[in-house]
Design a protein around this ligand. Sequence first.
Ligand code: TRP
Ligand code: SF4
Length: 328
Amino acid sequence: MPKARLLSGIQPTGGLHVGNYLGAIQNWVRLQDEYECLYSVVDLHAMTIPYEPGEMPARVFEAAAMLLASGIDPARATVFVQSDVPEHSELAWILSCVTPLGELERLTQFKEKSEEHKKSVNLGLLSYPVLQAADILLYKAEVVPVGEDQVQHLEISREIARRFNARFGPVFPEPRALLTRTPRVMGVDGQAKMSKSKGNGIMLRDEPAKVRALLKTAATDPARVRRQDPGNPDVCNVYTMHKGLSTEATLARVDRECRTAAIGCIECKTLLADAMVPVLDAIRTKADGYDREPARLREVLSRGAAHCREIAGRTMDEVRRATGLRRS
Ligand code: TRP
Ligand code: SF4
């Protein structure tokens, strides 16, 4: 049985954080054997909000280095940069012609981003999900691991596939979402999802002392005010991070002792730091290796792009034929 094809993408934000790792990358690493995986650094998506062109190459390099340093293995999975495969943009245009405008305008992320970047609400921000659908459909990927904030986008991808097929014939499978185990890691402030731009994250490059200091400040179960109050791990972001990093034994202990106030939050955070620091150390060491020898990373990305262009070319042939763009 050939493996089902899987695709996911990550934005080159400049520095990845523990939320990216636990919410996405860790899961991507686990999926490498089960699926034929394509992992993309989506620089075209990153153009939808204001950015400095001179900084983009380093941002893309950093995101790709972090994927490999976190355990994505180029011998088993394909890692590529979205803009290295021009067919993404080409297919996005064609798909935009079967995408209902009203549905794009209703999407939460569009509403949030256009509110956040009031002065530069561009068409790309609105058609962002169409480009995402192109990312997926270009490879006829059947499985897409995403966090819960991307479920709406995936629904649009499915709808676009259906509409395309209904209009032009059966070209695309409908991709399905694979929800991650720790879907929503909040920032250390506990106020918003962990994000680089909000400055509430633990970055994958942070040194041990910084990691420990940040965790000390991390928000916990808001109802647990005093040491003797019992807590609820289900509503605690520290526990969410434990789930991605700690052993089953530690998880069971924290879950039990938090509810009876046998363990305090300070000790609980120390246990978390003890689990997190070695993981980040390993990532940082490996990423430093790519910084020293960037050619190794470039080689991986150029092989990835070549592989993807081959698949993309075949799909575009079919799309051109189905849509009547191909003149014989
Ligand atoms: N929109 C996704 C995010 O912000 C990134 C992304 C782009 C993606 N293209 C994709 C995710 C295709 C899955 C599949 O997280
Ligand atoms: Fe959260 Fe741990 Fe404190 Fe419980 S003991 S509230 S899981 S930090």
